[in-house]
Design a protein around this ligand. Structure first.
Ligand code: TNX
Length: 551
């Protein structure tokens, strides 16, 4: 009788709180396998984190975890170096036999202890991200949290990503953001188990990376006389000079910071189009040496592009040499998008070059341009990425394609056995509105709600198995024409980037929007502790046209 009453009460409880219980495991992105367990691990007063490996990255990770637990729980948390399964503690166990790959991990929580098993430090890093998400959300705070029962629900998790490339791009050309924000952005990338920060460093409206050999790139190219106000169609300007750039020292700092969070930074240096800021500094590399170029003040596409001259290639190779010295990752992004051909059509030099090289049109000239750069990048042992326009006029032998004008480019690349990263506008453009424009601060246009980003499946169904292997991942793009501040970037980026993180990590069968949204509700508390101004955050629900809004 008592038993039946209990089950009845239980049933009633479930009807009233249907989401209850699921929130216990609000892990984003969703792991490959999660078996809930009975009971919980309760933090002792002096938790230990045992690390057997001498890998410095792993030691640092353990130290950081210990610091965070110590800071927020007030418990005396220490790292113990040794191969020892500590009771009442967290164990990092390195194993070559997890079958979960370089980024995978296994996490076991029992009432007695916690064990994270992984092959590499990256895997441990992701295991730790998951572990933090099993703790009370206060663990993300920056000070001691009182009156919390520090416990972790028992479970068994096996996890690894669906795709090897999981990226987020930030455009710092249209607006410039301080290094502190770039680091916060990288923290958020890493927390959601993405592994690539694509840094769009140059554009018509600003050159943002110091190049020692060409100081005018930043002296002149990083400054513009004014900025568009309101929407493009309003054709209004603020009349205020605007500028900023990152020194090489700052860039090294950011790259190191990212490395420590297992995030690779992919620098993008735009060519042959989106080159106006560079041409304002060095007009000799344009098609009209007599023209006075000015750093762009309005958005959109400019006709001023590089001339495919030997001097230009030397200039670009010098720049790329410094860039490669700063960014040790394998990929170098060379842009390649939106390159109007008018100036090449009108240029005697270009027309002669086309004849000499047997190029039948300006698309082939673009392809010639990209191939020369590809050859250079490849000769330095790196891989080149370009936007899908670089397919026009013939794809360069070693190029990886970033597909933005829909998914066609990525598919074509994969069919030609080139790697492709999917970033189609409809799903991945985080500069689009995320809700009815009338309720939102100014954005470029479009409408890409959270649900749409979430629904994206990067691997087109009609690719053959061998071709599908070339779809190496997915990326969200934050173009910032309409994002004048870091808070604005956060508002546009989150939570949609979290949906894309799950698209990149979680297998298609495991995805479910209702379940995602339930987990997200808990997750928002974590974002609150991290002071992320996401869409829907308390205090920014009501938008008026102007920014910043009251928080
Ligand atoms: C197209 S996507 C661009 C960017 C703009 C963006 C605005 C791509 C490779 N080029 O220059 O900022 O649209 O959504």
């Amino acid at each position: 009788m008592k038993q039946r009453l209990l089950s009845l009460l239980f049933l009633l409880f479930w009807t009233v709180f249907p989401g209850f219980g699921q929130n216990t495991y609000s892990i984003l992105p969703k792991p490959l396998r999660l078996d809930p367990g009975a009971g919980e691990f309760i933090f002792p007063s002096d938790p230990l984190i045992a690390v057997a490996s001498t890998d410095p990255a792993l030691r640092r990770l353990a130290e950081e975890l210990a610091n965070q637990i110590g800071k927020v729980t007030g418990k005396d948390t220490k790292v113990f170096a040794g191969n020892f399964r500590v009771k009442d503690g967290i164990n990092f166990v390195t194993s070559k036999e997890t079958k979960l790959g370089a980024e995978g991990y296994c996490l076991e929580v029992t009432p007695k202890r916690i064990i994270i098993t992984a092959e590499q430090s990256k895997g441990f890093f992701y295991g730790v991200q998951t572990l933090l998400q099993l703790m009370p959300t206060q663990i993300y705070g920056s000070e001691r949290a009182e009156n919390i029962k520090w416990r972790i629900p028992c479970c068994y998790i096996e996890d690894r990503p669906r795709y090897a490339y999981r990226g987020l791009m930030l455009d710092v050309g249209r607006h410039f953001y301080p290094v502190a924000f770039i680091k916060k952005f990288i923290d958020l990338i890493a927390m959601h188990k993405m592994n690539t920060f694509h840094w769009h460093l140059t554009d018509d409206q600003g050159w943002r990376i110091e190049i020692k050999k060409y100081p005018k790139l930043t002296e002149i190219g990083s400054q513009r006389s004014q900025t568009m106000l309101g929407h493009y169609n309003d054709q209004k300007y603020d009349g205020k000079p605007y500028g900023g750039f990152y020194t090489q020292e700052e860039i090294r700092q950011v790259v190191k910071y990212a490395q420590e969070r297992f995030v690779t930074v992919v620098p993008e240096i735009e060519m042959p189009g989106h080159a106006l800021a560079a041409l304002a500094a060095y007009p000799q590399y344009g098609n009209n040496p007599d023209k006075i170029y000015k750093v762009g003040t309005k958005w959109g596409v400019y006709e001023d592009v590089y001339a495919p001259k030997d001097e230009t290639f030397r200039f670009l190779e010098d720049i790329l040499t410094e860039v490669m010295d700063l960014f040790p990752g394998q990929y170098i992004h060379i842009g390649g998008d939106e390159c109007p051909k008018n100036q090449w059509q009108e240029s005697r030099f270009c027309q002669d070059l086309m004849k000499k090289e047997g190029l039948k049109d300006e698309h082939e000239l673009q392809s010639y341009f990209i191939r020369r750069i590809d050859r250079f990048v490849t000769s330095k042992g790196r891989k080149m990425i370009g936007w899908d326009e670089i397919l026009e006029g013939g794809i360069s032998p070693n190029a990886t394609i970033m597909s933005w004008r829909g998914t066609e480019g990525g598919m074509l690349a994969a069919q030609q056995h080139h790697d492709a990263i999917m970033s189609p506008g409809n799903f991945c453009y985080l500069d689009h509105y995320q809700a009815d424009a009338k309720t939102q601060p100014l954005a470029i246009g479009g409408l890409t709600p959270l649900e749409e980003s979430y629904a994206y499946d990067p691997t087109p169904a009609n690719l053959a198995t061998e071709e599908a292997k070339h779809i190496i991942g997915v990326q969200g793009n934050v173009w910032t024409e309409y994002m004048p501040s870091s808070e604005y970037v956060e508002y546009m980026t989150f939570p949609r980037a979290i949906a894309l993180a799950e698209v990149g990590w979680t297998s298609a069968e495991r995805k479910n929007i209702t379940d995602f949204k339930q987990r997200l509700e808990v997750h928002k508390q974590r974002l609150d502790y991290l002071k992320v101004n996401y869409f829907g955050a308390p205090g920014n629900g009501k938008f008026t046209y102007r920014w910043p809004l009251k928080k």
